[in-house]
Design a protein around this ligand. Structure first.
Ligand SMILES: Cc1cc2nc3c(=O)[nH]c(=O)nc-3n(C[C@H](O)[C@H](O)[C@H](O)COP(=O)(O)OP(=O)(O)OC[C@H]3O[C@@H](n4cnc5c(N)ncnc54)[C@H](O)[C@@H]3O)c2cc1C
Length: 379
């Protein structure tokens, strides 16, 4: 073994944020898929020049980022019609619209289904008409690709940038940039974990067989019955639309229960009240119980209600300058966290504490899913 070669985070800890992949000056980092279908960076030793940029930019191996305890917390909802396509209160979409109207660029996650194969990845938009592409939650790990390099170009060109993602992706971007940019705003999501694109792909194959044709779109969080009930909608190529209740889908239930996540999600260091983004957004679950007065007087549950945590001075500025058409009502952090345990701790993986065993939940979950898939049983 060459003692001079850098090391990447272990399989258990690597979040797949791809800071290493973006920073490597010789493209010596390549991506493989592990046996569960999650991407994993590797080093090609013939191309590696041992500059150690990959290991020093890894957020899991270095604690460079200063995380922050929220300064303020709110219940909120966008006023614009745009929020209909959003997962909850459309906070992200509203901010995105205002950033772009002021000449900025926005980065978020899109889902494309081409020839029945789904791709979920981060993309850059600079046109309001394209916001719909990155609205809505995609409950799959998104592929970062080399997007951090594009973000840096925009920042260096003086553009205002809004970047959204899971907390580990925000950490990846910040670690890659390795300096503060006044013109960068980051939005992290409350996140309970991500399944792999491979599992989602198998799920879509199952659905297309069930409906007898290829699929053209899949919406994880449909508001066809309002915000609250967890419902997905799938559309086939001939335009037939089907509604799927999470409770009736093996894939979506396994996702909700936390059986099929990436290893690192079970000891996620961002699943707590110390946040990495300038603001954090999520669903305000339990708002009717925690804040009945706000619901009565200010916000309507029909359109979706988000929780918004303001974690930095820039977060305050983001909401002030670009969130004018967001209705907000202050709500205590403790109330928001009551029904959102990912603000306290990562998803439980029962026997995870026994070192090296990644948890009964997860092992069984993924096995169960693969067995059902193999024998063409309902997913
Ligand atoms: C994997 C995952 C797990 C989540 N878990 C929780 C949870 O436990 N509790 C909770 O309250 N909220 C959770 N959320 C967030 C929630 O689903 C909404 O995304 C959030 O409330 C924002 O809603 P919005 O209406 O403001 O955003 P929208 O306007 O709908 O915009 C959606 C935003 O989410 C981003 N996004 C979508 N999919 C992904 C992805 N795969 N990876 C990274 N970013 C993505 C988009 O880029 C965009 O910024 C999760 C989201 C994801 C993607």
């Amino acid at each position: 073994m060459n003692l001079n070669s850098p090391k990447l985070a272990s399989i258990e800890n690597c979040t797949g944020c791809l800071s290493c992949y973006n920073i490597c000056p010789t493209s010596a980092i390549y991506i493989v898929k592990n046996k569960e279908g999650f991407i994993q960076p590797k080093i090609n030793s013939t191309k590696c020049i041992s500059c150690f940029k990959c290991s020093s930019s890894c957020p899991e191996m270095n604690d460079k980022e200063q995380n922050k305890i929220p300064i303020k917390s709110y219940a909120g909802c966008g006023k614009n019609k745009i929020i209909e396509n959003s997962a909850s209160g459309g906070i992200f979409a509203t901010l995105a619209k205002n950033i772009i109207s002021n000449g900025g660029t926005v980065y978020g996650v899109t889902l494309k289904i081409i020839n029945n194969i789904p791709e979920v990845y981060h993309t850059r938009i600079s046109n309001i008409d394209n916001i719909k592409d990155i609205q809505g939650s995609k409950y799959v790990q998104s592929f970062i690709g080399k997007i951090y390099i594009e973000v840096k170009k925009d920042l260096d060109n003086g553009k205002t940038v809004l970047f959204s993602g899971t907390p580990c992706q925000i950490a990846g971007l910040k670690s890659f940039l390795n300096k503060e940019y006044k013109n960068l705003y980051t939005v992290d999501l409350i996140c309970h974990g991500v399944p792999s694109i491979e599992m989602f792909s198998k799920y879509l194959i199952y659905l297309s067989k069930k409906y007898g044709e290829s699929l053209s779109s899949f919406i994880f969080r449909s508001k066809c019955n309002g915000w609250g009930p967890l419902i997905a909608t799938v559309t086939t190529e001939s335009g037939i639309k089907k509604i799927i209740n999470y409770r009736n889908s093996v894939y979506l239930s396994l996702f909700l229960k936390g059986y099929i996540y990436r290893d690192s999600c079970y000891n996620c260091k961002y699943a707590n009240l110390v946040r990495i983004g300038d603001i954090t957004i999520g669903d305000y679950w339990g708002v009717e119980k925690e804040e009945p007065t706000i619901l009565k007087n200010k916000l309507s549950k029909e359109e979706g209600i988000s929780c918004i945590l303001i974690n930095s001075r820039k977060g305050i500025k983001l909401l002030q300058d670009f969130g004018k058409d967001i209705i907000i009502a202050e709500s205590k952090l403790i109330k928001i966290a009551t029904n959102n345990s990912q603000l306290i701790k990562p998803v439980n993986n029962y026997i995870h504490k026994k070192k090296r065993i990644i948890g009964l939940n997860k092992v069984l979950g993924i096995r169960l899913f693969n067995i059902l898939y193999k024998f063409h049983l309902p997913l």
